[in-house]
Design a protein around this ligand. Structure first.
Ligand code: SAM
Ligand code: SF4
Length: 327
């Protein structure tokens, strides 16, 4: 175990149809009540226990983490945990322009911003709220000016935004910003995922190579999720995350913590293990360490490989939603 993703909220101001479709996450949707969320102190305590068990990388996600007013305070706590060498955050970028400098002041150095299209019409459709892309692009510029290193995430969906692959590649290549293409995944049960909607990573690479030759790069470490390439003759990289076409379960070293204190050992799990109750019942740090180690060593998850082996069985599998578990 090297990597922990912490979902700090299940709420979001966007309604991307592939993640939180409006029909399901409407005005009556029951988001987690405040009392059920871990407190900042509890988040930090669990993260510290994960760090003692080997985790060196923390990624803050959600829902949309920037909707939390107290995010800088939480980031400061995470940054101070011994053993954490890399703290990063994934955001839809909407609040970035106004909050980037506070994030830097809290010690954040790196963020990933999700941008699925440069075409305003496609972007408005893909966030489910009709929000314009210009504000997110301004947020990215503000983040860079404030000193954050930025990568972009783009989920590619057949018939929705595949026409944006090349324009996105051109735009971010010119600015020297790493763009990572993510295969559309069957996370949760709400998004009506079908394999036909997936644009495989090799097709994305082929398309980009028609305009810009690419050279493969060695992984930075075993189990790196993105397969990396460089535009020939530049220092600018792209990455592809091919969890559908080339599952990487056997090298996965990632755990997840939900905002209400459930630990998940797989993005596609149907249930998590509650750590909030033991925390509130007074578990000691030593007991917490054993709790986490036992959970990890008992792990058998390999959903993406199973999906590749038996699509029908995989389709019956109930999974938690990505906005809850954290993407
Ligand atoms: N709200 C933040 C954001 O959008 O960046 C953080 C949470 S979001 C769940 C994290 C990442 O998961 C985003 O890059 C998003 O595009 C991606 N994501 C959500 N649903 C997905 C799906 N069905 N397949 C692939 N990626 C997905
Ligand atoms: Fe919100 Fe991110 Fe999910 Fe879009 S992908 S609905 S921005 S949590």
């Amino acid at each position: 175990m090297r990597d922990l993703r912490i979902s700090v909220t299940d709420r979001c101001n966007f309604r991307c149809p592939y993640c939180m479709p409006r029909e399901m996450f409407g005005p009556d949707f029951a988001f987690l009540p405040h009392a059920q969320l871990l407190t900042n102190e509890e988040f930090a305590r669990v993260a510290a226990a994960f760090a003692r068990a080997g985790v060196t990388k923390l990624r803050i996600t959600g829902g949309e983490p920037l909707i939390r007013e107290d995010l800088p305070e939480l980031l400061e706590r995470f940054r101070k945990i011994p053993g954490i060498r890399d703290l990063s955050l994934t955001t839809n970028g909407w609040f970035l322009a106004e909050r980037a400098s506070a994030l830097v002041a809290a010690g954040l150095r790196r963020i990933n911003v999700s941008v699925d299209a440069l075409s305003d019409a496609i972007f408005r459709k893909m966030n489910g709220r009709g929000f314009p892309v210009a504000r997110v692009l301004e947020g990215i510029e503000a983040a860079r000016t404030a000193g954050l290193s930025v990568k972009i995430n783009m989920v590619v969906q057949r018939g929705v935004n595949e026409s944006e692959v090349l324009p996105m590649a051109r735009h971010f290549r010119e600015r020297g910003i790493t763009l990572r293409f993510i295969e559309y995944m069957d996370v949760g049960n709400a998004n009506g995922w079908q394999r036909e909607h997936v644009v495989p990573a090799r097709e994305i690479l082929r398309l980009i190579s028609t305009e810009y030759p690419l050279e493969p790069l060695d992984p930075n470490y075993r189990g790196e999720v993105a397969t990396r390439y460089r535009y020939v003759g530049t220092d600018t990289e792209i990455g592809v995350i091919s969890s559908i076409s080339e599952p990487f379960c056997r090298d996965c070293h990632r755990a997840r913590l939900s905002a209400d204190g459930k630990i998940f050992t797989c993005l596609f799990a149907s249930s998590g293990t509650d750590v909030k109750t033991p925390l509130r019942d007074g578990i000691s740090d030593t007991e917490l360490d054993t709790f986490i180690r036992d959970l990890w060593s008992g792990r058998r998850d390999r959903y993406s490989e199973e999906r590749a082996e038996n699509a029908e069985a995989a389709a019956q599998h109930r999974k938690v939603e990505m906005s809850y578990i954290g993407g």
